[in-house]
Design a protein. Structure first.
Lengths: 307, 331
């Protein structure tokens, strides 16, 4: 098996930081308004090409709106949608997963069958139907994505809960007279947080893509909001003549999803103690280097054992 | 004895209902325990020791396992008829537990200080400096060195022996009346084992807590227990004071177990194993469950359950071959 490096993925990290900064400071970074264009300035190619203008570094779309500004503002939509959707479905899914795993029995069966149904729904179809029957709006996009996402959290957290609750400290907490609520929140939840972090991160990419898809299909965040998916859809008709309208939001989406997934992978490797062991051993130099410095912290703790 | 016993267990039966049938993990266990007393529960793996302990605190894994009969009287109150809420108040306050594996008996996500103080706070309603003092003294009592510095550390920074002491400190911190120790020394080094048992005895003498010690190590029994109950196939087949049981083992199973032990200082010796396996608890044979492996088997052993025979001074054995001794006190 190939051993993954534990090094923080700098490339992905840099992109993510840049993305967050872009989203936060969008009004200061964007050279133009993302929603208002000058129709006389339409379909200007990116700067550096024939007919390009310095005022529109990435060109303009068919309404004369600045593509760079729209991509910059689009990061806000992608990030806020994914944060809200993951926050919502993560909270909901985690709570249900904890209850399901800890209670077991009928509760578990019912909740997990609901999750199974949720997972078996054809994502795009349901998303389109749900958004189409309601008014396409920012709020509805978040709700629909959360609805599609919660079973993933619930299932994973349930599995983790099953493993944690078999540990002796849970039995001892029961013997100590603790209520189920206390045990779940105080003993089980902290132990599933690493898993929760990893799933959340890995879902960000999925949510961004899903949001893009919804926007592309015209059931996402309504125009004239500069959602990346919407921009791609709008540019589709001009692909042969004005490819920049489609390319740059697509590139932004690609880089974001790639960076988030790399980060999620790293986080998973980093937080999983078993993989961590493998990683540190693989990183250690060959046998010529004495393993003492690495072994010392543990040995010291055992040695200080005064009894 | 003049004082009423702390714990009376009467005809406790815990069965597991599985697809393969009913597994009688605990099948009619009775014993009494006085405050400050240590009783050892010994026997092979799978003979119901741990399930007996779990039944006492009503932690039998449901829905497969169920306590189907019996009474567990702690200070005169029947624990088996208590509501879950009442039971919660009894646990921790009156009963504490120490389990076999110190690696999983502490929550890896919380610091030692948090884990100890939460239990203390729950049962003693202390706050602030008083709470901290109480936590420190609980840890110091179990000889955790530099306890104040250790409070902010996590379980993985402790050795196995220390973790076992920490989890005992947690158990003992709310001054329970009864400590159930399910093989507390199994995963410790022999040297640490001795230290730990020594410590347990000290704390017991100071606090007057009664201990039920599950083990399969007769060395530990000899070192710490006042009384021994030997379990086989879900029943207590012999029970008596440690001295009596060691000097005058009255059940063939106990004799066989003792023959499995090496004696220190006798040079080379042959150890005698017990042939065969403990019986499948879901298909117990008629008669005495030990009969198929028993070296002293008689015809009747395979047909009828053996009677409980008193061999003097509270020393009981369940066996056809054992001769009853009517006059109490004679060895």
């Amino acid at each position: 098996m190939r051993v993954r490096s534990r090094e923080l993925p700098w490339f992905a990290g840099a992109i993510l930081i840049a993305l967050v900064l872009t989203a936060v400071f969008a009004p200061y970074l964007a050279p133009q308004s993302p929603t208002e264009g000058d129709i006389t300035q339409k379909l200007i190619p990116p700067f550096g090409m024939e007919g390009g203008e310095a005022g529109h570094p990435l060109g303009t779309d068919r309404f004369g709106r600045d593509v760079l500004s729209r991509v910059i503002y689009g990061s806000r939509i992608s990030l806020i949608v994914s944060l809200l959707a993951i926050g919502l479905s993560g909270t909901f899914g985690t709570a249900l997963g904890l209850i399901s795993g800890y209670r077991g029995g009928l509760t578990d069966s019912l909740l997990m069958r609901c999750a199974d149904i949720g997972l078996s729904l054809p994502t795009i179809l349901i998303a389109v139907v749900l958004v189409a029957v309601s008014e396409p709006s920012f709020q509805n996009v978040v709700l629909v994505i959360s609805f599609l996402l919660w079973p993933r959290f619930a299932r994973q957290i349930r599995g983790e809960t099953l493993a944690v609750k078999e540990q002796d400290f849970v039995a001892l907490a029961v013997v100590a007279g603790r209520s189920s609520t206390w045990i779940i929140s105080r003993h089980i939840f902290p132990n599933v947080v690493p898993t929760l972090l990893v799933i959340s991160t890995l879902q960000v990419g999925y949510v961004i893509l899903l949001e893009g898809t919804l926007s592309f299909l015209g059931v996402g965040v309504p125009p004239p909001n500069p959602a990346w998916g919407l921009m791609i859809a709008e540019g589709r008709g001009f692909l042969a003549t004005a490819w920049w309208i489609t390319l740059f939001p697509g590139l932004a989406m690609l880089l974001t999803v790639l960076a988030v997934n790399l980060m999620g992978d790293w986080l998973r490797d980093h937080l999983d103690p078993k993989l961590r062991q493998v990683g540190s051993r693989a990183e250690a130099e060959p046998a010529t280097i004495e393993p003492v410095p690495e072994a010392r912290p543990r040995g010291a703790a055992a040695g200080a054992d005064g009894g | 004895m003049a004082t009423p016993p702390l714990l009376v267990v009467e005809d406790l039966k815990t069965h597991f209902f599985t697809r393969r049938g009913v597994t009688k993990a605990v099948d009619g266990v009775s014993f009494t325990l006085h405050a400050g007393e240590t009783m050892a529960l010994v026997g092979e793996s799978g003979c119901g020791k741990s399930v007996t302990c779990l039944s006492l605190v009503r932690l039998v894994p449901e829905p497969a396992g169920r306590i189907v009969a019996g009474r567990v009287l702690l200070e005169g109150e029947d624990l088996l008829t208590k509501s879950p809420g009442e039971m919660r108040r009894v646990r921790g306050k009156k009963i504490a537990m120490v389990l076999q594996d110190p690696m999983t008996s502490l929550n890896p996500a919380l610091t030692i200080g948090t884990q100890v103080s939460e239990v203390v706070r729950l049962h003693q309603k202390l706050r602030g400096a008083a709470l901290r003092e109480r936590v420190l003294s609980a840890l110091r009592r179990l000889r955790i060195s530099a306890a104040d510095r250790r409070l902010v550390q996590y379980p993985h920074q402790f050795s196995g022996g220390m973790r076992q002491r920490v989890s005992s400190a947690i158990g003992l911190s709310c001054e329970p009346r009864l400590l159930i120790a399910d093989e507390p020394t199994t995963s410790l080094d022999v040297t640490i084992q001795a230290q730990y048992l020594e410590l347990l005895k000290e704390v017991q003498a100071a606090a007057g807590v009664a201990i039920i010690l599950v083990t399969h190590d007769f060395g530990i029994v000899a070192a710490i227990a006042d009384r021994v109950a030997v379990m086989y196939a879900g029943r207590i087949v012999e029970m008596g004071t440690t001295l009596e049981v060691f000097n005058n083992p009255s059940h063939p199973y106990t004799r066989s177990l003792l023959r499995c032990l090496p004696d220190a200082g006798l040079g080379r010796q042959k150890l005698v194993e017990i042939g065969g396996q403990p019986p499948d608890l879901s298909r117990l044979p008629a008669g005495c469950p030990f009969a198929p492996r028993c070296p002293e088997r008689q015809a009747i052993c395979l047909e009828q359950s053996p009677p409980t025979v008193s061999v003097g001074n509270g020393h009981l054995a369940e066996c056809w071959a054992t001769k009853p001794v009517s006059s109490p006190g004679s060895p």
